[in-house]
Write a protein that binds this ligand. Structure first.
Ligand SMILES: [Zn+2]
Ligand SMILES: [Zn+2]
Length: 306
């Protein structure tokens, strides 16, 4: 299976509706996993447009503000209409479980599939053979979390032919080499790289802040990430407003990217107050050149380097 990761931006607007941008939602596809970060009002429509399946999905909420959660019930109800029986997992901050139960009660909704809820208060949330997902607190709402997804590099394959050729006896020695330990045979050192085929050794690290003001914590968490998706609600001249409402300007986002030495920055949660997005982008690029504003429908691909 390909080790390429796809990121699809479904909604890139701040809360008030705009004609060309929908509210926050972003999909990360990696191997057999589809992770949906936030689920703003129009998310299920955007998913249909972008051909994202409703079946196998993990929903991850950065926080419970309405512009990040209004699409949740729509999507869950549609799954009943479509007779989808696969379970769904919803990850979110403390109160997510109550939040979902209250919505079900309000709509008299009974899902015909299992709904699993994981509440995070920071730290590791999920680990499987393909990736580790963890979260860190953000100063935005009562309980907001940023998320970090780190893929696991493929295990290097043991080359039986090479080992046989080098007269490495099967058993204990093979095991050692597979576990990265050198062995000695008749005075000759055989190192793991002699018998393990080279595969992609690096992982991918992406960080999604959700709504956030400029925050040193994000810099720590996003260190050397391949991709940082950061709040850039306001243009440079709205700094005061950004501080007041606990959001970022596009300058804040660029500064975090620069300090964290990430490889690439995508700025999202864009307000109409950006009168001239090109100017905002120019200002950001003066600080951190490899950055861009997200657009609804923007797709990017990441691949680990050899
Ligand atoms: Zn928001
Ligand atoms: Zn918010």
């Amino acid at each position: 299976m390909s080790n390429e990761m796809s990121i699809i931006f479904l909604g890139t607007s701040s809360a008030p509706p705009q004609s060309n941008r929908k509210q926050s939602a972003m999909v990360v596809k990696y191997k057999s996993h589809t992770l949906l970060f936030d689920i703003g009002e129009a998310t299920q429509y955007q998913m249909i447009d972008q051909k994202i399946k409703f079946t196998k999905l993990t929903i991850i909420l950065t926080h419970l503000h309405s512009d990040h959660t209004l699409g949740l019930m729509g999507l869950l109800i549609t799954r009943n209409f479509r007779n989808i029986k696969t379970p769904i997992t919803i990850i979110g901050p403390v109160w997510t479980s109550n939040f979902v139960s209250l919505l079900f009660l309000a709509y008299r909704f009974k899902p015909e599939y299992e709904v699993k809820i994981i509440e995070t208060s920071g730290g590791k949330i999920l680990e499987n053979k393909d990736f580790v997902l963890d979260s860190f607190p953000i100063t935005h709402s009562d309980t907001s979390f940023g998320y970090r997804l780190v893929t696991k590099p493929k295990r290097r394959k043991f080359n039986v032919e090479k080992a046989t050729k080098m007269n490495v006896p099967r058993g204990e020695m093979w095991k050692k080499l597979q576990n990265g330990i050198s062995v000695e045979i008749n005075g000759k050192i055989i190192s793991p790289s002699d018998v393990l085929d080279k595969v992609d050794e690096n992982n991918l690290k992406i960080v999604i802040t959700g709504d956030t003001p400029f925050d040193e914590k994000v810099i720590d968490f996003a260190k050397n990430a391949d991709l940082l998706v950061h709040d850039a609600t306001y243009p440079p001249y709205e700094e005061e407003r950004a501080r007041k409402y606990l959001h970022s300007t596009c300058i804040d986002a660029a500064q975090v990217a620069k300090k964290a030495k990430v490889k690439r920055l995508i700025m999202t949660h864009i307000s109409e107050l950006h009168k001239n997005l090109e100017e905002s982008l120019r200002d950001s690029r003066e600080i951190f050149s490899n950055c861009e504003f997200a657009e609804d429908g923007l797709r990017i691909k990441l691949k680990p380097k050899d």
